[in-house]
Ligand binder design. Structure first.
Ligand code: NAD
Ligand code: TYD
Length: 351
């Protein structure tokens, strides 16, 4: 049997593929366009594994997606592919509409066509997972309860709005056509193979390069951080046991302010790779705030804990050490990325 995932050359997708192959005999097809965020080097170690197949395809190209789904006849489709960076969505939202909305539409259409032709046995075991984010729920005030699956969708950035639209389409294909869809809404992930434009890898990268570490606004915004392996395990549980038509919130029970995260990273780097005559926190620089910046995200994961028996295993203090050590050990991976048009974007964003 085979599962087909999209966006497997990105941060969470590549971690998912590594984890999948370490635990399963089943084949995995990775459909990825290799945008700036897709990195084939993240999958170098498994590129010759017979259980792994790579297809360079845009998920918004419906006819190609039809062909791939019919060719591989997967028992499941997991959609990780997305434009995923909020700052980029503020500067240039168009790609977000194409991938996060039209791309989801095309995956749903192709899956529907395929699903209707399956025999009843195969229909019963088929599932689509739309991997989404807590950002669709908008922003919480400090005293408000964490997001549950009942929260209204109130997206504030073009990224969050495009993911919300994709989720709505996925839900509608389940309700209208009976397509077996589950949606997962996860909090901020961190770990190996994350592109160094997101807070944690950018902080590590800039520190090691002796560059300013930008903190947007007052740095008191809160995110609920989850180690990427825990997210991948949650998706596997939803694939194995999730009820069709349901949404599952996934979070780390781990709310931390941005400035605290950056200070933790700086202190760890002071220990592991000290600067010559200074401390890394001397690089911290408060910059203009992100427009529409969400103040707080926090996830209530009670449903997935109770119904699917999932819980996060990696504490932040362990996960951040693993992550920092990974970036120290994989500077070649980082250099490969930062030698491309990376600098152009970073200069534009932090002007
Ligand atoms: P990422 O930006 O690191 O990777 C996205 C991947 O999708 C890349 O490999 C890219 O090449 C591919 N891609 C982009 N457009 C494509 C297209 N049109 N066709 C085919 N492939 C395309 O993203 P990530 O951080 O790994 O996030 C994966 C998913 O998880 C996304 O759907 C995101 O919304 C969701 N999510 C991410 C986080 C997080 O903290 N990173 C948290 C919750 C949910
Ligand atoms: P990010 O990693 O972009 O994830 P998201 O916006 O999806 O939560 O940002 C995490 C938090 O860190 C967010 O509040 C914005 C903030 N941030 C900074 O303060 N400086 C930075 O350089 C970046 C990239 C993010």
């Amino acid at each position: 049997m085979t599962i087909l995932i999209t966006g497997g050359a990105g941060f969470i997708g590549s971690n998912f593929i590594h984890r999948w192959l370490s635990k399963n005999e089943e084949k995995i097809v990775n459909v990825d366009l290799l945008t700036y965020a897709g990195n084939i080097n993240s999958l170098k170690d498994i590129s010759n594994d017979k259980r792994y197949i790579f297809e360079k395809v845009d998920i918004a190209e419906k006819s190609k997606i039809y062909k791939l789904i019919n060719k591989y006849e997967p028992r499941a489709v997991i959609n990780f592919a997305a434009e995923s960076h909020v700052d980029r969505s503020i500067h240039s939202p168009e790609a977000f509409i194409r991938t996060n909305i039209n791309g989801v539409f095309s995956l749903l259409e192709a899956s529907k066509d395929y699903f209707f032709r399956l025999n009843s046995n195969k229909k019963n075991s088929f599932k689509i997972i739309q991997v989404s984010t807590d950002e669709v729920y908008g922003s919480l005030k400090e005293e408000e309860d964490k997001f549950t699956e009942q929260n209204q969708y109130l997206p504030n950035s073009p990224y969050a709005a495009s993911k919300a639209a994709g989720d709505h389409l996925a839900r509608s294909y389940c309700k209208t056509y009976g397509l077996p869809v589950c949606i997962t809404n996860c909090s901020n992930n961190y770990g190996p193979y994350q592109f160094p434009e997101k807070l944690i890898p950018l902080t590590i990268h800039n520190a090691l390069e002796n560059k300013q570490i930008p903190i947007y606004g007052d740095g008191r915004q809160i995110r609920d951080w989850l180690f990427v392996d825990d997210h991948c395990d949650a998706i596997c549980e939803v694939l194995a046991k999730g009820t069709v038509g349901e949404t599952y919130n996934i979070g780390g029970d781990n709310e931390i302010t941005n400035i605290d995260i950056v200070n933790i990273i700086c202190a760890k780097l002071d220990e592991l790779s000290p600067m010559k005559d200074n401390k890394y926190d001397s690089l911290i620089s408060y910059v203009k705030d992100r427009p529409g910046h969400d103040r707080r995200y926090a996830i209530n994961s009670t449903k997935i804990k109770n119904e699917l028996n999932w819980k996060p295993h990696i504490k932040f203090i362990e996960g951040i050490d693993i992550t920092i050590q990974w970036y120290l050990d994989n500077q070649a991976w980082v250099k490969n990325i930062t030698s491309g048009d990376y600098k152009e974007w970073i200069d534009l964003n932090y002007k």
